[in-house]
Write a protein that binds this ligand. Structure first.
Ligand code: GCW
Length: 766
């Protein structure tokens, strides 16, 4: 039986006094009650009947309790005696979508928007409805549907009824609609001459706008604001603060119980990189800390988990410990902007757990999670936001296993004490069923995947060594230097890392409480996985393991790429136990990841090798005995080209078929006969779908199209892709030939062929 406490208590007096649950909480409880009517077929007219009760603290609780019961059933749990009382950890459990009105999604990797198309809300909101149900099933109660780089058109009069349609789709599932708004809206959408938050006309404009929204959408959630950040307008234009701006709008929302989430992602992206004291990591604290206590009670400052920007590893933002009189929400990122864009499997829950459990030491033991719940400083509001960016893709996030992150986010927002493993197991059961082998294998794939990715993309606190001025995907080690964006790692000929200490560096470390500061300030005590975030050290600096920093960089990249390859084997072991469609989709992505991890590995180690001039003690870097460079093959039609950055192609060069084509590249196999695995490294540009054929002598043994949509139309670390052909029999003297057919401006570009005596090599005679 389902119902709120108020409704069910009178029917079941044995429930006793009201348990300690509140907002959205529930109680799953089995009770026996004497039946009032005779049971059919029973001679005993007053038999005890057993009831499964879903008792909600309120209506939200009934909804979440029902999903919780369904989840227990789906996981095959024992339901004979239920007594499970839950209250969510925090009132704000929202998601943000960065959808644009034209249907595209900023940092979305799974198709177009489920909300917008062609400048308007979609006519068909089926997916939006399904999304709301999905969100409700994991306890999420709010969704801001548009990009924080907000389009002011959303606040135009004709848009309101469209937003009301989305709210209607969300309503049955308890998900409140929210939107991101641009602070300059009073000018751009309202035609005023100013958007100065302290101007009375501006204030009146917001009040009027908010009232109109609530007239159409009485359960509207509120606004998200990105201001004075990455070129967005903001209160600084008028010499006003974030508190001035937030409060004017929050004041208008307050009578309607709406909230204002003001993002702390405020920084100067024109920093002077010559200045050793300049530091983007300091920005949020420097700007917001002085404003503590100045925000209205329905303002929540939305703080990214780290001080930079969703890197593969960052320390916890010091701001969490610095605003006792301000509501705070953490902003996490489910969409894997800097963590492989759902082409790489990266289960982020272990990372989030580290953040949430991190003790800020501001008032006794104060983990971030208890600051967010409002517990530490008795705040009325607080909680969780994740940037999700699901799209029209049939698996919502592209990679079917990436949904473990959305699930995990919801579960942690509800209960941050759950473990990463428990969440992985729950999700796997609910998604793929209760087969033991499936459960163990997928859990084994998920749990180490973050560390794996870190190993080949930027360990020791280097942050993701990606192309930071481009798509944030493949390797681009130098791109973070010599520009104002401030994602610096400060690698030079002698050493690497950014000195953020109080003593000699930018002073960022001093933004933490004294206990935390002490740990980070000292190069000896600093945890090694953040060493280069906090300190600049010579490449010869010796780590606890006895390895030098440079050798660690080499080793971790080799280890990471090897680990990525194991994911393919793990997944293959599930063939027949997973439905064909999802099996094939995950396999394709894992194979791609294994290849791209090698691209990452080679680019990073080559770059550091060149920069430091220090050889790899294991002799791997720069030595590829099993590779044949395309530029060294016998070319017909193909011409050698330089690739930029050089380290994203083997030997810095590739070949391109720039004419009509087809072109070919061939070489003679002069090694022992045997069965080999052949890897062909090529570039799959965003445009065109070149075709490749691989011949041994005149026999075609494989062909494929370069038809993926990787985020670049040039040959580089974003587009470098590996095709692997197993079990190829080669005889000494055979001629291998690759024929490339260019298409749509994509010149069938080829980097190298690698023929390694792999695991599956068996001697072959005859
Ligand atoms: O990391 C950056 C992203 C931007 C994003 C911004 C933000 C929406 O690259 O795409 O803009 O963060 O969080 O505001």
């Amino acid at each position: 039986m389902l119902g709120t406490w108020k409704d069910l208590r009178p029917l079941f007096p044995s429930l006793g006094t009201r348990p300690s649950f509140s907002g959205d909480g529930f109680w799953l409880k089995t009770v026996n009650r004497a039946s009032s009517r005779p049971l059919a077929g029973s001679r005993n007219s007053r038999r005890q009947r057993k009831y499964w009760l879903v008792v909600g603290a309120d209506e939200g609780g009934v909804l979440y309790g029902t999903f919780a019961l369904l989840a227990r059933i789906a996981q095959g749990q024992d339901l004979s005696t239920l007594d499970d009382l839950e209250t969510p950890s925090a009132p704000i459990r929202w998601v943000n979508q960065w959808d644009n009105l034209d249907g595209s999604i900023e940092r979305g990797y799974a198709g177009g928007s489920i909300f917008f198309e062609n400048g308007a809300v979609r006519t068909d909101l089926t997916r939006a409805r399904e999304y709301a149900r999905l969100l409700a099933s994991i306890g999420i109660n709010g969704c801001a549907i548009n990009n924080v780089n907000a389009d002011p058109r959303l606040l135009q009069a004709e848009f309101l009824p469209q937003l009301a349609r989305v709210a209607e789709a969300f309503r049955p599932w308890g998900v409140r609609l929210a939107i991101s708004v641009d602070l300059s809206s009073p000018m751009s959408a309202g035609g005023l001459k100013t958007f100065d938050p302290l101007d009375p006309q501006v204030k009146a404009w917001w009040q009027n706008m908010v009232d109109r929204i609530y007239h159409e959408i009485p359960d509207f959630g509120g606004f998200v604001i990105k201001a004075d950040s990455e070129g967005r307008s903001g209160p600084s234009k008028y010499g006003r603060t974030a508190a001035d701006a937030a409060n004017v709008i929050a004041g208008a929302l307050r009578p309607h119980h709406g909230v204002m989430l003001y993002r702390a992602f405020v920084y100067n992206h024109h920093l002077d990189w010559h200045d050793p004291k300049a530091d983007r990591a300091r920005a949020a604290f420097d700007y917001f800390h002085p404003l503590d206590g100045k925000f209205l009670d329905n303002v929540v400052v939305q703080i990214k988990n780290g001080p930079i920007d969703f890197q593969v590893r960052e320390p916890v933002s010091p701001l969490f410990g610095a605003m006792p009189q301000t509501n705070q929400a953490i902003e996490l990122q489910v969409t894997q902007e800097y963590t492989g864009q759902q082409r790489h499997l990266v289960y982020l829950v272990p990372m989030w757990k580290e953040v949430l459990d991190f003790d800020m030491h501001v008032k006794g033991v104060t983990p971030v999670k208890s600051i967010l719940s409002g517990q530490v400083w008795n705040r009325p509001l607080g909680g969780y936001v994740a940037v999700v960016n699901v799209g029209l893709d049939r698996y919502w996030l592209g990679h079917p296993l990436a949904m473990a992150n959305l699930y995990g986010y919801g579960r942690l927002a509800w209960n941050p004490d759950l473990s990463a493993e428990q969440i992985a197991r729950e999700w796997t059961r609910l998604t793929f069923g209760n087969d033991r082998k499936v459960l163990d294998t997928i859990t084994r794939m998920l749990l180490p995947s973050w560390r794996m990715y870190e190993n080949y993309t930027g360990p020791l606190g280097l942050q993701t060594l990606t192309d930071i001025t481009g798509p944030h995907y493949g390797p681009g080690i130098e791109s973070s230097e010599n520009n104002g964006w401030g994602q610096w790692h400060r690698a030079d000929r002698k050493g690497v890392g950014m000195d953020r200490t109080v003593e000699t560096g930018t002073g960022f470390v001093g933004q933490y409480s004294p206990e935390v500061e002490k740990k980070y300030e000292s190069v000896e005590k600093c945890p090694e996985d953040l060493l280069l975030f906090m300190h600049h050290v010579p490449y010869s600096f010796v780590l606890d393991s006895g390895k030098t920093v440079i050798q660690y960089l080499y080793d971790s990249h080799y280890a990471g790429a090897e680990q990525a390859a194991t994911l393919v084997e793990e997944w293959k072991s599930l063939e027949g136990l997973i439905d064909d469609a999802r099996y094939a989709e995950v396999l394709r992505r894992q194979q791609y990841q294994a290849g791209h991890a090698i691209v990452w590995r080679d680019a990073v180690v080559d770059w550091f090798h060149r920069e430091s001039g220090i050889a790899d003690a294991q002799g791997r870097v720069g030595y590829h005995p099993h590779r044949v460079e395309a530029e060294d093959m016998q070319l017909s039609g193909y011409t050698p080209v330089d690739v930029t950055p050089g380290e994203t192609a083997s030997g810095g060069k590739a070949v391109a078929c720039t004419g009509q084509g087809p072109c070919s590249a061939s070489f003679k196999w002069d090694r022992p006969s045997g069965t080999y695995e052949i890897a062909v490294q090529y570039f799959d540009l965003n445009h065109g779908a070149s075709n490749f054929e691989l011949f041994v002598n005149d026999r075609r043994i494989d062909s494929w199209a370069a038809e993926d949509h990787l985020p670049s139309d040039r040959m580089n670390g974003h587009t470098s892709t590996r095709r692997t052909i197993s079990s190829v029999k080669l005889r000494e003297g055979d001629v291998l030939k690759i024929v490339g057919h260019p298409d749509g401006g994509e010149p069938a570009p080829l980097d190298y062929v690698e023929i390694a005596p792999g695991r599956e090599t068996v001697p072959f005679t005859n």
